[in-house]
Design a protein around this ligand. Structure first.
Ligand code: CAA
Length: 261
């Protein structure tokens, strides 16, 4: 495993085909500085390229998933500084990961931290998770997709309150609005995320990749275009060995053996 200074990566023994990334700047509540952004992008890239990994979990600590971009780094920055640092391109990187990515969120998920969680494909939250976009308190607005993703997830009225008036969402509220998949007691949220990741990682790899792409299309395209893309992916899957195996296994009443081919 590569040694990092702001994240820790591991392949947990009890969860097959799962890569785990822990954000690890505890003194700054996992705020994103340049190093963390680069290391996180690198680790995602490595797990995405690793044939033995089928899904990725990103987590923080019990106190904070991440408190957003590092404010101390940004205080005196000019627009050109911000552009050149390319911090926000990490979020494009996450969108580009082909394998499913699950956020295991406990404590604060604020600003870029909330945007990171929302950029993942699923979120498992602990009971003490809090989601918010407090950028307005700093005289700025969310810069990593928060205005778009939060609004699509919770609707305009609540998104306005969160983004314009620093209203934080409890884990239970996030669940009620469909922002997170499930809420677990704090001692179980990471285990639950790893379990979910292992379940998804055991499924037919090509179908999982195209299914993820197709669901994400729903966010980014008009309905007609999204449905047409979905249909093309559906037809394409009939060229894979996994489709033949999956259907044959059903008929023979046995579990399928996926090859990712
Ligand atoms: N950047 C840099 N340092 C941060 C930080 C951040 N985003 N959030 C917390 N820290 C640091 C604090 O400065 C503090 O460090 P020191 O001990 O050296 O003073 C340490 O983490 C612990 O924080 P607190 O003492 O404030 O802990 P708390 O429990 O009282 O409060 C908190 C926790 C509510 C998360 C509070 O720290 C806070 O409001 N943080 C800022 C959150 C924020 O505004 N995030 C948005 C950033 S902008 C952004 O993300 C833009 C974007 O869209 C990409």
């Amino acid at each position: 495993m590569t040694e990092y200074s702001t994240i820790i990566t591991e392949i947990p023994a009890d969860y097959s085909r799962v890569g785990l990334i822990r954000l690890n700047r505890p003194k700054a509540l996992n705020a994103f500085n340049s190093t963390l952004m680069q290391e996180l992008a690198g680790a995602l890239n490595d797990f995405d390229a690793d044939e033995d990994i089928g899904a990725i979990v990103i987590t923080g600590s019990e106190r904070a998933f991440a408190a957003g971009a590092d404010i101390k780094d940004m205080t005196g920055a000019s627009p050109v500084d911000m552009l050149q640092r390319e911090h926000l391109s990490l979020f494009d990187k996450i969108r580009g990961v082909k394998k499913p990515v699950i956020a295991a969120v406990s404590g604060w998920a604020l600003g870029g931290g909330s945007e990171l969680a929302m950029s993942c494909d699923m979120i498992v939250a602990s009971e003490n998770a809090r989601f918010g976009q407090p950028e307005i308190n700093l005289g700025i607005i969310p810069g990593a997709g928060g205005t778009q993703r939060l609004t699509r997830a919770v609707g305009k009225a609540l998104a306005m309150e969160v983004i314009l008036n620093d209203r934080t969402l409890t884990a239970q509220e996030a669940l009620n609005y469909g922002l997170v998949n499930r809420v677990m007691p704090i001692e179980l949220y990471l285990e639950e995320a790893l379990k979910l990741a292992a379940e998804v990682a055991a499924r037919a790899p090509i179908a999982i990749r195209l299914a993820k792409e197709a669901v994400n299309q729903a966010y980014e395209t008009f309905l007609r275009e999204g449905v047409a893309d979905e249909r093309r992916a559906f037809y394409f899957l009939f060229s894979t060995e996994d489709q033949k195996e999956g259907m044959q296994a059903f008929i023979e009443k046995r579990p399928p053996e996926w090859k990712g081919k």
